[in-house]
Design a protein around this ligand. Structure first.
Ligand SMILES: Cc1cc2nc3c(=O)[nH]c(=O)nc-3n(C[C@H](O)[C@H](O)[C@H](O)COP(=O)(O)O)c2cc1C
Length: 368
């Protein structure tokens, strides 16, 4: 019997995960075709990694306006649904479980993606970041503040994307409410200065997220819906924390207890926040006692730290990102305490197989 907590099964709603090793969502920009349709290559990539307890796909835009990067796949057209079916079938054939990450980048985009129209956000505030367009990096612009009608449409787009996700054979969805994208832009007082029911108070800033959860749960079981939060994100993806930031996440996470979600996926801070008085430095420790459901924790974990965080009871599962790029058989490698391969950052977002589906699994002779 294994002594590694990472290798124990985990009950996720009605799904039994074979281990607690989760592949974190990662944009890999291989949908380099006009319809942003996932291809056989995506199916190969994800099925190679199916020994993880749970795979979470790359962020997939829920509509045309939701996009902010080149060659990212969508989940709004029939052709994209058909494309994703190849991935879900291949993963299921390999006994894997796969959720799709539903994504709207909000202001982290550029007019080049929208025929010259402005990207949408909570408020007309430029994140002052760079956007990677077909012509290379460009400065972001001041987005357009969403009208109430556009907010309503966005909620519908997420609901529709959830329907498409089920049609494509996914086991569930992860709402991308993290990393400075649209919902995070609503949560944060430095990106949301609205004066209507979507701004001002903490309840108002969180409103759109709960409307999205409520809309999605009309079309799929609550226990197949996960969501991702990065409460202490600061200084990257256009996000600047303020004194209301952590209280906002406290409110959101407490309120998530009213739902029977598949999981809450949290990230430890991406940057050093030790000098920011109102930042939370230890996300899993703060939120474990508050959230009653399953917690997946992420960011900079290795095998040892992953086993430890579960052992100590601060999380139920651990999501690994970069390690999964270069170690398709990460679960087997952990099981065998085998060496890990390094990833090549040059091929994170480049088209084709290189750096995508050509990282080998360990050969039987290399396994003990
Ligand atoms: C190439 C790459 C693409 C990423 N794309 C996404 C994404 O689409 N959605 C998301 O929520 N996080 C994304 N992330 C963040 C990862 O999920 C993860 O939070 C981060 O890499 C830290 O985990 P790690 O230390 O295990 O790599 C991405 C990270 C990388 C390296």
């Amino acid at each position: 019997m294994s002594t590694q907590p990472l290798l124990e099964k985990l009950q996720l709603g009605d799904l039994t995960l074979k281990n607690r090793i989760v592949m974190a969502p990662m944009t890999r920009s291989r949908a380099d075709n006009p319809g942003n349709i996932p291809t056989e290559l995506h199916a190969t990539y994800y099925s190679q990694r199916a020994s993880a307890g749970l795979l979470i796909t790359e962020g997939s835009q829920v509509s045309k306006i939701a996009v902010g990067y080149i060659n990212t796949p969508g989940i709004y057209s029939p052709e994209q649904v058909e494309g994703w079916e190849k991935t879900t079938s291949a993963v299921h054939e390999n006994d894997g479980v796969i959720f799709i990450q539903l994504w709207h980048v909000g202001r982290m985009s550029h007019p080049d993606f929208h025929h010259g129209e402005l990207p949408l956000s909570a408020s007309a505030l430029n994140p002052n970041e760079k956007s990677y367009t077909f012509e290379g990096f460009k400065e972001t612009v001041t987005p357009k503040e969403m009208t109430l009608e556009e907010i309503k449409q966005t909620v519908l787009d997420f609901k529709n994307a959830a329907i498409n996700a089920m049609d494509a054979g996914f086991d569930g969805v992860e709402i991308h409410s993290s990393n400075g994208y649209l919902f995070h832009q609503f949560f944060n007082g430095t990106s949301n200065v609205r004066t209507d029911q979507y701004g001002g108070t903490i309840e108002n800033k969180a409103r759109i997220l709960f409307e999205v959860i409520d809309a999605i749960k009309e079309v799929m079981p609550e226990n197949r819906i996960g969501l991702r939060l990065n409460p202490s994100l600061n200084g990257v993806f256009g996000m600047t924390m303020d004194e209301d930031t952590i209280p906002t996440f406290d409110y959101i996470i407490k309120r998530l207890n009213d739902y029977d979600l598949a999981y809450l996926h949290l990230s430890e801070p991406f940057t050093d926040v030790s000098k920011i008085p109102f930042a939370e430095k230890e996300i899993a420790k703060r939120y474990r006692p508050i959230y009653k459901g399953t917690i997946i924790i992420n960011s900079s974990f290795d095998q040892e730290k992953g086993n430890k965080v579960i052992e100590e009871g601060h999380a139920d599962a651990v999501a690994y990102a970069k390690l999964f790029i270069s170690n398709p058989d990460l679960a087997e490698r952990f099981e065998q305490n085998a060496p890990l391969a390094d990833w090549d950052t040059d091929t994170f977002y480049t088209p084709g197989k290189k750096g995508y589906t050509d990282y080998p699994s360990l050969q039987p002779k290399e396994l003990v």
